[in-house]
Ligand binder design. Sequence first.
Ligand code: NCD
Length: 462
Amino acid sequence: MSPLRHLISINDLSNAEIEQVFASATKYLSQLSNKDTPYRVSRSLKIATGRVLATLFYEPSTRTRLSFESAMLRLGGRTISSADPATSSAAKGESLADTARVVSSYADALVIRHPRDGAARLAAEYADIPVINGGDGSHEHPTQTLCDLYTLQREKGTFKGLNVVISGDLRGSRTIHSFVYALARFKAEIRLMPGGKGMELPAHVDWRLRNEFHSHPLPKAKIASANADIDAVYRTVDQPHQLALVTASDFVPRKEADIFYMTRFQKERWPEGKKDYLKIDSKFLRDRRYRNASVLHPLPRVGELDAELDALPRAAYFRQASYGVPIRMALIAGLLDLSRGSALEKFSSGFPKAQYPLHQQPRELGLCCVNPNCITHDKQEGPYAGNKFYLVQKDGLRLRCYYCETDIENAVVGNRKAKTYSAAGAAVKTGASLKDAVFFRSISDAARAGYKPQRKAQAAAG
Ligand code: NCD
């Protein structure tokens, strides 16, 4: 039997598989759309008869849940849905791990949305049907990325090598995190335009882009110093006093953008509350750098894209939402092997990435994931989510949470047998075995656990 495929991160799909999904989506659109709405599936097939898709949503959704359900119905299958956590057993304290196991006996595939980063990976660990991530905290939203990339293909004729401005809440938007990885893999030139203060890409996403995907979005310092080739970005703000927000980091090079991708302020992921935020209108887009850019937005918009833009032919966001149906049809068909030529399991390894060793250590000893919103910190999931990390060895050692993929740098490595510790970088350099390793956040944590510095311990033994 072919291995079970899940789609948790966009990097679970290879480039060839992404292109395969697009080819099927195009086939569905050409078979099932009407002439005047070529971006919309208007008829149905019967290739999923007798198959069931479950949608398990612990966070609000319109597009993702309904387009998945519409996609399954258009394929001729059926759907079951839990869209309100207050009416599911989660309200009684059931773990996600148990729910995923149970739903596996009710459906052939499961789409999950959850407020915690890494929740979809946990569900996939316990389900024995394909699990699709419909958005987990601020981690990733891979199927939105498929819709976004496909929109580039439809609007610009290609999704490769484009010049893309990514704007808005780069920190909190999961759609952006999946999208920038995919753009980098398809050799886009990425320009980052945070929508407000503190809204830069998370450090670990930025590190991965540069070190694993070999993409180098223009760093702030360089933007500020490249003054021979910059213009001020025109910003529309709600209050006149907010014009003071324009700083050196609000400069971008003159090069024309193919795509302007905007996102909303993710208020549910900012406990600090409302922030000043960028707003885009037609005057902004008349700027030389954006005058030919198609405007994309995963939606919902809540004021950051002026409604007057809707009339522009290059305002692509509603077409982008329509593509959710054919793209998700193609994905379901691929994961469930519904028709010849659409099966995804032929490419079982996903994006060819370094196979990092996986390390697990007891939760009571040493470090845990540093992301407070990681599913591993959810009390209900405690017994089910392992304290697991990929050991990423590149310029020192990084511990990457198996679930939410947040990295820990500069950990201290201890030896459980010898009860000694050393800096992790040093242990990696000497090629020391990590078999008995336990990692700590700091030397003082290691000392508190009764571990001694390696050299001193050796000297004492000698
Ligand atoms: C996005 C999401 O849920 O992350 N919405 C969507 O699925 N189209 C974007 C957002 O909520 O801002």
